[in-house]
Design a protein around this ligand. Structure first.
Ligand SMILES: [Zn+2]
Length: 263
């Protein structure tokens, strides 16, 4: 009997938590930092300015495509807390993408890096980067609400509830990994700028959103050559195009009947 209940809950859960493919997919774009929080800076260049420009271009591309709807966590240079960003994504999104620009004490370091929900013990480097991006907010301060309507049933047995929560977490992790992979290959296809790596790090926003979520560092402001490129409208367009192609490919993967196992 318990097995039958679990099997039906599992089916229900998978349908309930997979980003809707028949309807337009709602993408929440999160331009990192803003307002008093400039993020990384190099001379007069601020990370918050570059992330907003890139996010606006991606939003425009997605809005021109009827397969998507879009929200931005900020539309101008205003300060939005990390909790507010996660709340917007949890309320509206099927997919969350946070856009950032990196910095390093080594001016030779350059390239893109893609991060998704942490399930591995973080190393020193990822902890350092996460502490910078997390604005001193503790990772466990905010607990994402459950996505599955199945969990709304208060009569659920504690064991069943914990199994559903585990399934949800794994499912979200798998889809976040898929999006990270699409972003990685989108950059690999771009001969001008190859992606460095897909990594896991305990970023507040990706860990506190109950939808597939990825954080992308689009380049290093501390590398002189890359900083110059990051300020160029042509380069920003190219980055936005890579992001758009990755999101499109992610949706196409979910839509393919042969890949229903991913759902
Ligand atoms: Zn940042």
């Amino acid at each position: 009997m318990l097995i039958r209940i679990l099997a039906s809950l599992l089916l229900y859960l998978l349908f309930a938590t997979t980003p809707s493919t028949s309807l337009a997919m709602h993408v929440v774009l999160d331009p990192g930092h803003g307002g008093r929080d400039t993020g990384a800076t190099q001379g007069k260049i601020a990370e918050s300015e570059i992330t907003l420009k890139i996010a606006n271009i991606v939003a425009k591309q997605l809005l021109n495509d009827s397969r998507f709807t879009v929200s931005l966590t900020r539309k101008d240079d205003s300060y939005i807390s990390l909790e507010e960003r996660a709340t917007i994504a949890n309320k509206k999104g099927d997919l969350f993408l946070s856009i950032h620009v990196n910095s390093s004490t080594d001016s030779r370091v350059h390239g893109q890096e893609i991060y998704f929900q942490n399930q591995l013990p973080p190393n020193q480097e990822s902890l350092f980067l996460a502490s910078r991006e997390n604005q001193n907010v503790k990772i466990d301060r905010y607990v994402p609400k459950a996505t599955s309507p199945a969990l709304a049933n208060k009569k659920l047995n504690a064991d069943v509830r914990s199994i559903i929560e585990d399934l949800e977490r794994n499912h979200r992790f798998k889809l976040s990994g898929l999006l990270a992979e699409k972003l990685y290959y989108s950059w690999q296809d771009d001969s001008q700028q190859k992606s460095n790596a897909i990594r896991q790090a305990p970023f507040f926003v990706v860990s506190n959103v109950d939808k597939p979520s990825v954080l992308i560092e689009v380049g290093y402001l501390t590398n002189a050559r890359e900083a110059k490129k990051l300020m160029s409208p042509d380069h920003q367009e190219q980055i936005a195009d890579n992001i758009y192609r990755a999101i499109l490919s992610f949706k196409e993967s979910l839509d393919k009947p042969t890949n229903k196992s991913l759902n």
